[in-house]
Ligand binder design. Sequence first.
Ligand SMILES: NC(=O)c1ccc[n+]([C@@H]2O[C@H](COP(=O)([O-])OP(=O)(O)OC[C@H]3O[C@@H](n4cnc5c(N)ncnc54)[C@H](OP(=O)(O)O)[C@@H]3O)[C@@H](O)[C@H]2O)c1
Length: 331
Amino acid sequence: MRAIVQERYGPPREVLRLKEIDRPTPGPGEVLVRVRASSVNTPDWIAVTGIPYVLRLQSGRLSANVVRGSDVAGIVEALGAGVTDIGVGDAVFGSLWTSRLVTAGAFAEFAAVPAAQLAPVPSGVGFGEAAASVMSGVTALCAMRDTVSVRKGMKVLVNGASGGVGTFAVQLAANFGAEVTGVCGPSNVEIVRELGASHVIDYTETDFTQGNEQYDVILDNVLNHPPRRTARALAPGGVLVPNSVGNSGGLLAGLGRMARAKLLGLTGRADVRFSPSEATRENLTAIGELLGSGEIRAVIDRSYPLEETPEAVAHMFGHHARGNVVITVAD
Ligand SMILES: NC(=O)c1ccc[n+]([C@@H]2O[C@H](COP(=O)([O-])OP(=O)(O)OC[C@H]3O[C@@H](n4cnc5c(N)ncnc54)[C@H](OP(=O)(O)O)[C@@H]3O)[C@@H](O)[C@H]2O)c1
C-alpha cells in the first residue's frame, strides 16, 4: 500500500515521504480500514518534528516504516479476531490514538484500528468531515461536556477559538446553552461568530486576561499567557482548562506552562482541570449524532491528497490553521 513514512525527526517536508509498504494486519479486537480520509492534529506534528525534544527521549529511536496519523475515516476491509459488532463494508470513523504516539497510523491507504475506537459515519456526513471531527471534536466534547459540564447561562471563553479544537468547543458550548466568547486572530473573527460565539476577541487588539470580564470556564487551547494571569479572568468558582503544549520549540515547549497551570491548581489558587481526549465509541457516536443532525459541523481549512501530507503537517505546525486540516486518500 502507499503510505507516508517518517524517516527521522525534523521539519515535515524534509522527513516525510511517500513509500510502498506492507498493509497492516488487524490484531485481535482490531479492524482493517481502507482509509478514505485522515486529519492532522497536534500529536502528529509533535511526532514528526520531535518537538518538544523531551518526547524524543520518551519515544526512543524511530523504527522502520513509521506512519503517523491518528484520525481515520473509511471503509472496513477486514476484521480481526473477536470483532463482531462491525461488518466488512461499513463506513466508520475513529481513532488509532492510544497513550503512545501512533507508529502505524492513518496517513496511508490502510490502517488497523481498535474496533472500540470506531463508530459509524452518520448518513450525510462525508469521510473528510468525519475524520476532521475525531481528535478535535472528541477533545472539545470531553472538555465541555465532561470536564466542566457546560450548561445554560454559563459564560465560557475559548482561547484559540478558530483552531481544530476551538471551532468544535465554540459550537458545543453554544449548543449546551452557554454564552460563548471566542478569542482568535483578525481573519477568523467572522467565522468564530458564525459558529455561535456571542462575543469575539481579536487577540491582536485585546488581551482578555487584562479586561474586566470574568468567565465560568476558560478553555485555553493556546497557553500564550501565564496561567496565573489567565486565571484572573475566572469568575468565583470558575474553572480553567489548560489544553495546549504551546507552539514554541525547545526541550519542553509549552509543557512548562502546563506544569505551571498544574501548580496553580495544586496550590488551590484556581480550579484547574486537565481534560482527556477519549475516542471511545460512545464519544464518537455522540459527535457523529451532532454532525448528522447538523447541530455542529467540522470546519475544514484545506484538504490535501495523501502524497501532500508533508505540506498538510507543515501547515498545522504553523498554528494558524482555520479549523481542521484533512488528508484524503483516493479510491
Ligand atoms: N487534551 C487533548 O488530548 C488534546 C488533543 C488534541 C489537541 N490538544 C491541544 O489543543 C490545542 C489546540 O489544537 P488545535 O488543533 O485546535 O490547533 P492549534 O494549531 O494548536 O491552534 C490553532 C489556533 O490557535 C490560535 N492562535 C495562535 N496564536 C494565538 C494567540 N496568540 N492567541 C490566541 N489564539 C492564537 C490560532 O488562531 P488564528 O489562526 O485565528 O490566529 C488558531 O486558530 C493544541 O495546543 C493541543 O496541544 C489537546
